[in-house]
Design a protein around this ligand. Structure first.
Ligand code: G3H
Ligand code: 13P
Ligand code: NA
Ligand code: ZN
Length: 308
């Protein structure tokens, strides 16, 4: 059942976390929906502009709506991840999404406010919720690379002003995570003092944690043992940090990198261990199963199991 993030966040605030999972393939959509059906856990399925461009927006939405029929007990929202003005307007006008993210975080505060405000007005007229972003994550966001040095943590005093001025429904904050497999290169973890101050100023307002992948080191080792060359400094958000963030108002945890790692591990091992095989369905099935298992464990960790 397709639902609004408003409903999802109202129920989960400070109680459990919602996995917001980036998808770009049929195998992933099966794994995700199968896990959600088994766990009876609410979730958010999201697509970036890059994924929409890769698969075609119609293809992604058609696969998601097919999954909703194949796994009828699932409860989820469909979200556009990291949209600019054009992407967001396209999603609002063409339909299918219950939620959009306008990412104008690289603009000045005033410009971010004015773009977000315009998006909120159009989205709310169609009952679509809006996630905005304040502060700049380091690492790769779509095709924008933000240098580690220009990383800007979200300033709590600005959050209150931003939310009041824009009317956005949730906010992505920069509190130490980054996108990709190499987070925390500066050695710092999540900045809980910033989250706490935001929560004090805006109690009950749902926050979003981008860069939420765990980057399980075993995946890195297995990828490298099968011919991969990933850096051994790869690191993600620890389970403890994720769980703790929920208490500070983080409702939505974005996860993309973990899927890429599982996909790479499964396929590298298939090529290495089964050199005589050439049927894509063989690794495809393994990936679906491994991805389903990963999502099931994530729902458990975030305490979302049984909450749909
Ligand atoms: O921020 C989300 C992803 O990590 C970037 O994914 O390559 O589909 O834009 P993308
Ligand atoms: P990861 O790179 O940690 O998976 O973050 C994904 C994300 O924030 C998508 O918006
Ligand atoms: Na998002
Ligand atoms: Zn992100």
């Amino acid at each position: 059942m397709l639902v609004s993030t408003k409903e999802i966040f109202r129920k989960c605030y400070r109680r459990y976390g919602i996995a917001a999972v980036n998808v770009w393939s049929m195998e992933q959509i099966h794994g995700l929906f199968r896990a959600a059906q088994k766990a009876n856990a609410p979730f958010i399925v999201q697509t970036t502009p890059v994924a929409r461009n890769y698969a075609h927006p119609e293809m992604l939405l058609a696969m998601i709506s097919a999954a909703a029929k194949i796994y009828p007990d699932t409860v989820f929202a469909i979200h556009l991840d990291h949209g600019n003005r054009e992407h967001v307007f396209d999603c609002i006008e063409s339909g299918g999404y219950t939620s959009v993210m306008i990412d104008a975080s690289h603009e000045s505060f005033g410009e971010n406010v004015s773009i977000t405000k315009e998006v909120v007005k159009k989205a709310h007229a169609k009952n679509i919720t809006v996630e905005a972003e304040l502060g700049v994550l380091s690492g790769v966001e779509d095709d924008i690379t933000v240098d580690e040095k220009s990383k800007k943590y979200t300033r709590p005093a600005e959050v209150e002003e931003f939310v009041n001025q824009t009317g956005c429904d949730s906010l992505a904050v920069a509190v130490g995570t980054s996108h990709g497999a190499y987070k925390f290169s500066g050695g710092l973890g999540l900045q809980f003092d910033i989250l706490e101050e935001i929560q004090n100023r805006l109690p009950f307002f749902p926050l979003v944690l981008h860069g939420g992948s765990a980057v399980n080191f075993e995946e890195i080792q297995r990828i490298n043992a099968s011919g991969g060359q990933l850096g051994t400094d790869a690191r993600g958000v620890s389970d403890e940090e994720l769980v703790r963030a929920i208490q500070y108002g983080v409702c939505k945890i974005n996860i993309a990198t973990d899927a890429r790692l599982i996909w790479t591990r499964v396929h590298r091992e298939f090529f290495k261990l089964s050199p005589a095989l050439f049927d894509p369905i063989v690794p495809g099935k393994s990936f679906m199963k491994e991805y389903e298992k990963f999502i099931l464990e994530k729902f458990e960790l975030l305490k979302a199991t049984g909450k749909a």
